[in-house]
Design a protein around this ligand. Structure first.
Ligand code: NAG
Ligand code: NAG
Ligand code: NAG
Ligand code: NAG
Ligand code: NAG
Ligand code: NAG
Ligand code: NAG
Length: 781
């Protein structure tokens, strides 16, 4: 800032007459906006002025949020032609155009309004972020507006689409990187063929995501539920009239600030300003997976979905521009450390060229198929062709790639979708086999050390907790009590009153000697499994408390005797109520309350704990009911902690068939959306009073049948007959729709548990039925 002061002075001296005296929202003809001046919209929502992004030393004219401490630019005038310093002016000319002039009065940028405005027109910054040029003779006529020329951001009341009269498109184009607003590779634009579909494109050519057609309520590929929360702030519409076709949105809640950006990452990102955090909160991204963005890592870059940063160069390659890579702009990709020589004879090529083996790669789509029956032949085809950059040989035959290879995606080892790709490399850049061996040994050791460290930490943590528990014995509420085995033997009358048996052991009724309160004691069986389950349960449940989670009161760990002590739940587990006869059947109101309670408990685990906890085994057997049928999640033996930096976790243990999300069945790492799936499957059981595993025909997955009925509007067909139609129809429809959304194949289509809670509490309305098309696959699968 100090550096700029002399400039400012200079500017001030130059501009005596026609500059602005105080902050205003408009320029009149002949007036100019200089260096450090800004226009501020009437209510103070937006400001227009000069800025330089990040550490950049270049200046631009733009519009940003005035009320937000973090400068967030929504529009840039001269994105392609920066100015070197603040000795410049934005002039509203006498004939009604906006002109950006540099220190020599050279034209840098012009608004190029289509109509000539009369002399009394004005340039006004509106409170929705639109900069308009107003015709003086007819103030309702706008001769030019910034919303017709968006940069990378779409705010409520602005639009993207096409003007049928002028042929102009309103397209969002990403910045080059966070410090350079010049157009990057990614854009969002409406279908030029005239449909209502929007595309994300790379270099204005390769389409890598499509919104689907407007259904009347939403875009087909952006179903409403996962985006529920912004819909409580804004309403999206699509308009097609004789002048224009475009999508726009209106505020529902003006106190919330939200924007959608064509991000430099190639994803569309919706942000909502969080007053409490004083920062932008990411609401959703499309495509949801960073590696689904076309060429996000550039030529020869490899995309790793689960690492940060997502792009890496293979051995023998280096980032083409390390400065760009630092700014998370990987589009320049990787270049070879050693240039390839093209030799005429094969034997020469054999010497100079080698192939780098990349395993478990999702192959790029633009392969050329080559006739060859053996992998060696495939190799020599590539070797003989100087333009061949890589080859792969799989069960469909031999494939080669010429020139640059883009869209390399690294999968987990053993992923069925993955193939081995051989990338042509100068022989000197190929790591020798002994080297790789050594690296992998080092890696293995490092991994083992990390694993050991984690195990040690858990042990230390547990032993600390044990000590603490011993200290606080029988004293503090909320902390764990450590029992001796003899005590528990006594309390359970030598394990005589068995309440039931679960996955890892049996549960007995017991009485606390001090208070006489009834508790439940679980004795873990099966030494090895039990040990792990015990640790997980104490680690997770010992730390958290919520009205809808079972409370762990204490434990016993003596040698291989591992026991857990919980609050006693009068009404046992939910499964015992599901298929009961008429007299014991739960009424509709109770079922709905149970559904909300479980959702709240899960939402707490997923979203409110310090670290996200995935329960991993949601099923009626693990839902306990207290005396007023308030549900408590129990059995955390399989729970997984998601560290702050991870979004997925691989688990070798499997939950229960019938509640398993498809990605889990296929061995993928899971997210909290796996619990959402189980919750959805269980919800259908709660509605129907039928167990999905009992529904016989293995080809007809029961939730799929139910989902199909719901999609056909036959919700009553799903309802438990025992209720004899005694049901709140609105609640039934809500529960049915929620359950269908929760069991969507694709985890990104499933709502979060927080969203489910909002729907069940009627905070947000679920006014749009799920897409029937996406449910069909359940019927077939
Ligand atoms: C602004 O930049 C131009 C071009 O680099 C230079 O000629 C001019 O002197 C600069 N103005 C100030 C005040 O430094
Ligand atoms: C512009 O800079 C001058 C000199 O530092 C200062 O006096 C003036 O208040 C600034 N104007 C605005 C609008 O910030
Ligand atoms: C505006 O019009 C002028 C003259 O026709 C042209 O040189 C310039 O490129 C145009 N600018 C924009 C931003 O379209
Ligand atoms: C604006 O136009 C009116 C006629 O349309 C004219 O009388 C007036 O002098 C003009 N004002 C300026 C400042 O040019
Ligand atoms: C647009 O229409 C042309 C001609 O009918 C067709 O070839 C092309 O595939 C269409 N593009 C899209 C995106 O549908
Ligand atoms: C992007 O498209 C332009 C024009 O179609 C083309 O000249 C350019 O080579 C493309 N860029 C890359 C990196 O492929
Ligand atoms: C083999 O690789 C090619 C090229 O990527 C791909 O089109 C084909 O589907 C793959 N075949 C199998 C069986 O994976």
């Amino acid at each position: 800032m100090a550096l700029l002061l002399p400039l400012v002075f200079f500017v001030q001296m130059l501009t005596s007459c026609a500059s602005l005296s105080t902050a205003t929202d408009a320029l009149s003809p002949g007036q100019s906006l200089f260096g450090n001046q800004t226009l501020v919209s009437k209510e103070g929502n937006f400001a227009l002025g000069f800025f330089s992004p990040g550490k950049s030393l270049k200046f631009y004219v733009g519009i940003w949020y005035k009320k937000i401490p973090k400068q967030t630019v929504i529009w840039v005038a001269n994105r392609e032609k920066p100015i070197p310093n603040l000795s410049a002016e934005l002039k509203f000319s006498n004939d009604g155009h906006l002109l950006l002039l540099d220190h020599l009065k050279n034209l840098i940028w012009a608004s190029n309004s289509t109509r000539h405005a009369s002399n009394s027109s004005a340039a006004v910054l509106l409170d929705n972020g639109n900069l308009i040029l107003r015709d003086g003779a007819n103030p309702n006529t706008v001769t030019w507006q910034s919303f017709d020329h968006p940069t990378d951001t779409y705010v409520p009341e602005s639009w993207i689409g096409m003007n049928k009269v002028t042929g102009e498109y309103q397209t969002l184009t990403s910045w080059k990187n966070s410090e350079d607003p010049s157009p990057g590779f990614f854009s969002e634009t409406i279908d030029p063929n005239g449909t209502s579909e929007f595309f994300l494109e790379w270099n204005k050519s390769e389409r890598y995501w499509r919104s689907g057609l407007w259904t009347g309520n939403y875009f087909a590929a952006v179903p409403i539920l996962p985006e529920m929360r912004p819909h409580t702030i804004i309403t999206i519409t699509y308009v097609d009239n004789k002048d224009r076709r475009y999508t726009t949105s209106t505020y529902r809640d003006r106190s919330k600030i939200t924007r959608q950006v064509m991000d430099v990452s190639g994803q569309i990102k919706q942000w909502v300003w969080s007053e409490s955090a004083q920062d932008w909160a990411l609401f959703f991204t499309r495509p949801s997976s960073q590696c689904d963005v076309y060429s996000v890592c550039g030529p020869f870059g490899i995309c790793y979905e689960k690492s940060m940063p997502v792009c890496k160069c293979a051995n023998g390659f280096s980032p083409a521009s390390s400065r760009d890579w630092e700014l998370n702009d990987w589009s320049s990709g990787c270049t070879r450390n050693t240039k390839l020589q093209c030799r005429n004879s094969i034997s020469d090529a054999q010497q100079d060229v080698g192939f780098l083996k990349l395993q478990s790669i999702l192959l790029p789509s633009n392969a050329i198929s080559v006739n060859s029956n053996k992998v060696e032949d495939c190799r020599s085809v590539c070797l003989n062709d100087c333009s061949c950059a890589a080859y792969a040989y799989n069960s469909s035959g031999c494939f080669i790639w010429n020139e640059e290879v883009r869209n390399l995606k690294q999968l987990d080892q053993g992923d069925d979708m993955g193939d081995t790709l051989y990338v042509r490399l100068a022989a000197s850049d190929i790591p020798s086999s002994s080297n790789t061996k050594r690296t992998s040994i080092i890696l293995a050791c490092a991994a083992a050390a990390v694993g050991l460290g984690a195990a040690l930490l858990i042990l230390i943590y547990l032993s600390l907790r044990y000590k603490k528990a011993r200290f606080n014995r029988h004293q503090l509420e909320g902390s764990l009590i450590r029992f001796t085995y003899a005590e528990l033997q006594n309390m359970t009358k030598n394990f005589s009153d068995k309440l039931g048996s679960g996955g890892f052991g049996s549960v007995y009724r017991a009485t606390m000697p001090s208070s006489g309160a009834t508790v439940a004691v679980k004795r873990l069986e099966g030494v090895r499994q039990g040990e792990k389950q015990f640790r997980t349960e104490v680690c997770t449940l010992g730390l958290i408390q919520h009205i809808n989670l079972i409370r762990l009161c204490g434990f016993c760990a003596e040698g291989d005797k591992k026991l857990l002590v919980y609050d006693f739940m009068q009404n046992g587990s939910l499964d015992s109520w599901l298929c009961e006869d008429l007299h014991r059947a739960l009424g509709w109101k109770t079922r709905y309350e149970i559904a909300i309670g479980i959702a709240r408990g899960l939402a707490y685990l997923h979203e409110n704990c310090r670290e996200c906890i995935i329960h991993c085994d949601i099923k009626p057997e693990n839902i306990l009911l207290d005396e007023s049928y308030s549900p408590k999640l129990a059995d955390f033996g399989m729970a997984k902690l998601l560290g702050r930096d991870f979004s997925r976790v691989l688990t070798t243990m499997r939950g229960t068939i019938g509640y398993l999300a498809p990605e889990w069945i296929s061995g993928m790492p899971i997210t909290p959306k796996a619990d959402v799936f189980s919750f959805g499957a269980m919800l259908i059981e709660i509605i129907s009073g039928k167990r999905n595993k009992d529904q016989g025909d293995e080809f007809l997955f029961f939730p799929a049948w139910a989902a199909n009925k719901v999609s056909q509007g036959e919700v009553l067909a799903v309802l438990d007959e025992k209720l004899k139609g005694d049901v709140n129809m609105n609640q039934l429809i809500t529960l049915c729709r929620v359950s269908c959304w929760c069991i969507q194949d694709n985890e990104v289509d499933r709502p979060s548990m927080g969203q489910v809670v909002q729907v069940l509490e009627n905070v947000v309305e679920l006014n749009v039925p799920p897409v029937p098309g996406s449910l069909q696959c359940f019927i077939q699968g």
